[in-house]
Design a protein around this ligand. Structure first.
Ligand SMILES: [Ca+2]
Length: 394
């Protein structure tokens, strides 16, 4: 007999088995690596293929609303690797819309007040029913500040006493807003109680930006400040406009550029030129004023971005329509997103602010960078918060 029986037999089933196992293992490995990468390094992500990044070709409808620029809309990469709450960078599509070329000025806001008799939130006597549980971190502070509050939870007050608790020692609970005041000595803002540079000021308002005795004479073209979200909404309704969604705001701010650090490019001061009203020098002690302004600047004092918009970086923070979520992408739609359904803490929800202000600087709050996000209590304000509006195409 042949030695047929001693030869290894051809076993196609086993070969297929090993091949299948190999392919499956490889697939699991690759998928696992991709999932791990997504979770560990979630820099880029999109839930739907929106196609290539680009600006819509739709021409500006006519007539153009006064003082507004046409933003054609399109697909863009939203978000930034420079800020944890602006990640992952993700593709978003927005329709075209009109947006104010500048922040709303004192002059414009005065017209609204003259026409409506509206009284801003910080000019109203406080409603005691709204004071329950009102704590320091509701005052429009940016996350950095809140971090400091966490380090020093009572911010100088006895444990358990809120800012309102402290202010209730004031007669009549006067309405107040926060006014920036430079510290008298140099300090490390990352390790210091922010009350060293923020003071609550009774009756500070848009008409009295630094408190009673101050006024806006000569600041007609400056952005209005001490504006709460509710005030901005009231103005927008009067003007037949609305607040921008955060996606619209960022699309507009990027000025047609793709994933740049600033609204004008990647260089903070191209050819040494200041492109925005921010803070120079050691914050919050000494502003060296190299850009020419300690506080607000007249709108349009710096070069506009690619869409013709001024001060999308610096000058004053601008309210957006969206609720703020540190992980907002969890609820973000890829097309015309309107933000999450509620704030990250439903008991103390906050709205998005964008653009940074004249108080942003290299060493502290870099949120004049185009991806930077801020947030604030809808009824609170400070003297570096304003807004601009958008208008839809009918
Ligand atoms: Ca400045």
């Amino acid at each position: 007999m042949s030695n047929e029986h001693s030869k290894p037999r051809h076993r196609p089933g086993r070969a297929w088995f090993f091949a299948t196992v190999a392919v499956l293992s490889l697939t699991i490995l690759v998928l696992g690596a991709l999932i791990a990468k997504r979770h560990l390094f979630p820099n880029y992500w999109t839930v739907e293929d929106l196609g290539p990044v680009g600006i819509n070709s739709q021409e500006a409808p006519r007539p153009a609303p006064e003082g507004m620029a046409w933003i054609p809309g399109g697909v863009f990469w939203m978000g930034s690797q420079d800020f944890p709450d602006a990640q992952p960078i993700h593709k978003v599509y927005v329709d075209g819309f009109w947006i104010d070329q500048t922040e709303v000025t004192n002059e414009r806001f005065a017209k609204f007040i003259g026409a409506t008799g509206y009284v801003t939130v910080v000019e109203r006597w406080t409603d005691p029913s709204k004071l329950q549980g009102f704590t320091a971190d509701l005052f429009g502070f940016q996350p950095e500040y809140v971090g400091h509050l966490a380090l020093a939870p009572t911010v100088g007050f006895p444990a358990g006493v809120s800012w309102l608790g402290a202010s209730s020692t004031w007669p009549m609970l006067k309405p107040f807003s926060l006014v920036f005041t430079p510290s008298t000595t140099a300090l490390d803002p990352l390790r210091t109680d922010p009350r060293r540079w923020w003071r609550w000021c009774a009756w500070a308002s848009w008409k009295h930006p630094e408190g009673p005795g101050s006024n806006i004479n000569g600041r007609e073209k400056h952005p209005v400040v001490h504006i709460s979200y509710d005030d901005a909404l009231a103005y927008a309704q009067w003007a037949g406009k609305r607040l921008p969604t955060e996606a619209e705001w960022e699309f507009a701010a990027r000025g047609g550029l793709d994933r740049k650090k600033f609204t004008w490019g990647d260089e903070l001061r191209p050819a040494g030129k200041f492109m925005a009203n921010t803070w120079q020098g050691p914050f919050p002690h000494k502003n060296t004023l190299e850009d020419g302004f300690a506080g607000t600047a007249p709108v349009g004092s710096y070069p506009p971005n690619g869409f013709g918009l001024s001060d999308m970086s610096g000058n004053v923070w601008e309210w957006c329509a969206d609720w703020y979520q540190p992980k907002y992408l969890d609820t973000f739609a890829p097309r015309n997103p309107k933000g999450p359904a509620q704030g990250f803490n439903p008991a103390e929800p906050r709205r998005v602010q964008r653009g940074g202000s004249y108080l942003c600087c290299d060493t502290y709050c870099k949120k004049y960078m185009v991806g930077g996000r801020g947030d604030g209590d809808p009824e609170s304000s400070t003297n570096h918060i304003g807004f601009r509006c958008v208008k839809e195409v009918k």
